[in-house]
Design a protein around this ligand. Structure first.
Ligand code: ATR
Length: 269
């Protein structure tokens, strides 16, 4: 049995152990996957201990994704762009490989829902680590335009400049948002506080989709508002399962089916 885990702090509410146990059962892969609360000041030590005890790979969540990126011997191209790593893999040579699967998870979930990204007018709310991590795969899908809007406008502008070579991308404050958009993705942590970014009523194009990278038993404030304004609302639970499937693939070279695992997870919320 090969050992994997998810590192975070706090970590007790993580759904990753259940997701990977379901993937393992489905594919017949002999893995064990646990949750480890790494000390806030020593994530690197936690990873070294885990691998010294036979651990083969891990997921990394809040607040360690940037430190995980720094400790990697070989970060992937997309991890370098993101400046963050959510998947670690110990190579046979003892070196640590790091990748980020959040962005591909988001794009897969959108695609699974039939959302057309090619040629779409996309608005992304927020300019923190979560947004930085998904920009490259979003731009690779070929949108007509991508606007990043953030409470702190300068952070959105800086992010747009960092990714400007990959597509038509711009950034600004919420006041600069002029619709309509085909897809609006909420990547702020505002919903945690029950806050809604100030957005114009005519944000959504006909047939538009609103996506929140957060999820919960109830609709987030953002998705509730979006539904009232005519958009189709999708929460981030599917992204969670899809990024996990991509990590599982990196470790085991097997692609689990995500639909049944997502359905089970949804029932348990
Ligand atoms: P994460 O890893 O979740 O991206 P982060 O890097 O701290 O965390 O970024 C949080 C994002 O949510 C930022 O874009 C932040 O806006 P600022 O850059 O202006 O701080 C946004 N955010 C957090 N609380 C918010 C609120 N109440 N209203 C609007 N935006 C908020």
């Amino acid at each position: 049995t090969d050992r994997y885990c998810v590192f975070g702090n706090p970590i007790s509410h993580s759904k990753s152990p259940a997701i990977h146990a379901a993937f393992a059962a489905q594919t017949g892969e002999a893995i064990e996957y646990t949750a480890i609360a790494a000390p806030l000041d020593d994530f690197t030590g936690a990873w070294r201990r885990f691998t010294a005890e036979g651990g083969r790979g891990g997921n990394v969540t809040v607040p360690f994704k940037e430190e995980a990126f720094r400790l990697c011997d070989t970060p992937s191209q997309r991890a370098r762009r993101a400046g963050a790593v959510n998947t670690l893999l110990l190579g046979k040579n003892g070196l640590t490989y790091g990748d980020t699967t959040d962005g591909i998870g988001l794009v897969r979930d959108l695609t699974r829902h039939g959302v057309n990204l090619a040629g779409a007018r996309i608005l992304v709310l927020g300019a923190g680590g979560a947004v930085r991590g998904v920009l490259e795969p979003l731009l690779a899908a070929g949108p007509a335009s991508l606007l990043i809007a953030n409470r702190t406008a300068e952070k959105a502008e800086a992010l747009a400049a960092d990714f400007g070579d990959l597509g038509t991308i711009s950034g600004g404050g919420f006041g600069a948002v002029v619709g309509p958009f085909d897809l609006v993705i909420n990547g702020t942590s505002a919903s945690l506080a029950g806050d809604l970014p100030p957005l114009p009523d005519d944000l959504f194009a006909e047939g538009a989709t609103a996506y929140d990278m957060m999820y919960g038993a109830e609709l987030t404030v953002f998705l509730h508002w979006a539904a009232e304004h005519g958009a189709r609302s999708i929460d981030g639970l599917g992204m969670l399962v899809e990024q996990a499937a991509e990590s599982f693939f990196l470790w085991r070279n097997r692609r689990p089916e995500t639909e049944p695992v997502l359905a089970e997870l949804r029932r348990s919320l």
